[in-house]
Design a protein around this ligand. Structure first.
Ligand code: PBG
Length: 319
């Protein structure tokens, strides 16, 4: 017998930041449009609590997801909504990613309260970012720029910008746009040079594997965006094979080409001096394998060495 899922309240687990709530509301609206009832359950994660360290230093995987996963496992929530970029590359065996919502523009952008701020190759501005990928890409393409740490939710980071802790703040367009701060954008980085992190701009929906199959199916139908899902399979295949999660300056962006899928991705050394980047194309049915192959290619062409030196540097810092 089929369960009557219209009477089932879908409990949506989310972090409490404004961006997280926006994403959870977006999911809730789509579920409601499909005739389901919803309820938001706010859960704080380590990534929300520890704000005085960069993610690379917090170190453990799943800093923004672990507490949500516990809630899924204990049945306190039916789904967890995450920024796809924050989902660790391998998720636990008893959980699954059931949907990826339609992706926003993938670019990184700069925000400034000075509308005349211009980023040029020779700029010596101070830019707020705590991401190893962004720091390394800045070093490579804007060698005179310096960076300042900017952990915290978007509102905290904007306050630091307001307090002039830096001249401009580097963020993903997706979050900026979703929070309505796009009027502060003074620069958009081209996504073919300043390649985004795997998953940037999409929202991933996680559930327990043993969730009622009818409920799972309804959630997938309401929330999954097929094209985004295919691209995310490739990017996450890349990330998983690359290993190292969000603390490693890797990048990957997949797009559909009409006949198939194309993925460009690679790895950059922390000082920006070595940059490995390749593009592979293939059929969409083998998206995940294509991403894995891209990572293997990068690792074979010098990526292993870069990873080794990144780990050595980190061990030195933590010693
Ligand atoms: N790690 C934090 C995080 N996770 C997702 C986004 C932005 C929105 C997105 O990429 O979906 C951000 C902030 C940022 O990188 O600017």
């Amino acid at each position: 017998m089929q369960t009557d899922i219209t009477n089932r309240v879908i409990r949506i687990g989310t972090r409490g930041s404004r961006l997280a709530l926006w994403q959870a509301e977006a999911a809730a609206e789509k579920l409601q449009a499909a005739g389901l009832k919803t309820e938001l359950v706010i859960i704080s994660t380590k990534g929300d609590q520890v704000l005085d360290k960069s993610l690379a230093k917090i170190g453990s995987k799943g800093v923004f997801t672990e507490e949500l996963e516990v809630a899924l496992r204990e049945g306190d929530v039916d789904i967890a909504v995450h920024s796809a970029k924050d989902i660790q590359s391998s998720i636990p065996d008893d959980l699954e990613l059931v949907a990826f919502m339609e992706r926003e523009e993938v670019n990184d952008v700069l925000l400034s309260f000075d509308p005349n701020f211009k980023l040029e190759r020779e700029s010596n501005a101070v830019i707020g970012t705590s991401s190893t990928r962004r720091k390394a890409l800045l070093k490579r393409f804007y060698p005179n720029v310096t960076t300042a740490e900017s952990r915290g939710n978007l509102q905290t980071r904007l306050r630091k910008l307001e307090e002039k802790q830096f001249d401009a703040l580097l963020l993903a367009y997706a979050g900026v746009y979703r929070m309505g701060y796009d009027n502060l954008i003074v620069h958009t980085f081209p996504a073919d040079e300043f390649i985004p992190a795997a998953g940037q701009g999409s929202v991933g929906i996680e559930c327990a594997k043993n969730l009622d199959p009818d409920v799972k199916k309804a959630i997938k139908q309401a929330l999954n965006h097929t094209n985004t899902h295919i691209c995310l399979l490739a990017e996450r295949g890349f990330l998983r094979t690359m290993e190292g999660g969000c603390s490693i300056p890797s990048f990957a962006l997949a797009t559909l080409t009409g006949e198939g899928i194309s993925i460009t991705g690679g790895l950059i050394s922390l000082n920006g001096e070595q940059l490995l980047k390749e593009t592979l194309t293939g059929p969409t049915v083998a998206a995940e394998e294509l991403g894995e192959k891209l990572a293997t290619t990068i690792l074979d062409k010098g990526g292993e060495e870069i990873l080794k030196s990144i780990k050595a540097e980190r061990d030195k810092e933590n010693a």
